[in-house]
Design a protein around this ligand. Sequence first.
Ligand SMILES: NC(=O)c1ccc[n+]([C@@H]2O[C@H](COP(=O)([O-])OP(=O)(O)OC[C@H]3O[C@@H](n4cnc5c(N)ncnc54)[C@H](O)[C@@H]3O)[C@@H](O)[C@H]2O)c1
Length: 265
Amino acid sequence: MGHLERLKGRKAIVTGAAQGLGEALLERIAKEGADAIGWDINYERMESTTRRIAELTGRKVLPAKVDVTDAEAVRKAVDEAVEQLGGLDLMICNAGILISGDSITFDINDWRKVIEVDLVGYFICAREAIRVMLPNKYGVVIQINSKSGKRGSYKNTAYAASKFGGIGVTQSLALEFAEQGIRVNAVCPGNLLDSPLWVNSLFKQYARNQGLTEEEIRQKYIQQVPMKRPCTYEDVANVVVFLASDEASYMTGQAINVTGGQEMH
Ligand SMILES: NC(=O)c1ccc[n+]([C@@H]2O[C@H](COP(=O)([O-])OP(=O)(O)OC[C@H]3O[C@@H](n4cnc5c(N)ncnc54)[C@H](O)[C@@H]3O)[C@@H](O)[C@H]2O)c1
């Protein structure tokens, strides 16, 4: 399969793993030798995704229906994952939503919803994972953040606020648990222009917000990247695998850009 099994024997959860980047990350960590549970609110899709990946990789890859904003459900699902996998040493917090819009008319319930899923949901999942990692004094938490966690994003106040906040959570958890063998880092991808998020939703939202066609939006977002190409799942997965592995054992509290040079801070 061309992978080095750098995560052999790891026991992992990936949130928001039914489709998109989460699905790609679940597949990659299984190819790298991890057993994993994929969480999503879309259980039907999560089930077919895990079945496909389990058949492809021969690893234990199981689905669970979990809403990352439901603290009680997350606590239970972490305990179940520990039973099913025999432990937990990798938590990939990927579940996220994006609702963009003009700030004057932005529905405040939508604004709160983005914060609830992308920020509060991240904190809930991270702390429940750390709770079960602590007795072993070993574990890795990785948040899928965004370049919008480093720099404001046009007509995207809720998303940028949630992602900036996520870096605060990452750094603070890293400090709190550094002496106990838990590493907490974030990865900040650029625009995954071929992901369902863009194809099914963002091209339409941005075309409307910016008064351009969907094709013009695609070209505009490519032109903003010094390397002049979109971000791919593989670009992100390569960094996630590195951060999850012991090669990154001296790294915690970091938010690593994977943006083709678009973000440098
Ligand atoms: N697509 C991009 O260009 C891009 C760029 C940078 C960062 N990201 C980040 O990557 C992550 C994944 O994005 P994606 O593009 O794959 O999105 P996506 O919408 O394709 O997938 C997100 C998944 O999360 C699930 N989900 C949503 N709310 C949930 C909840 N409350 N509990 C559990 N699962 C939930 C959805 O059902 C879906 O399967 C997000 O955190 C996003 O902010 C994406």
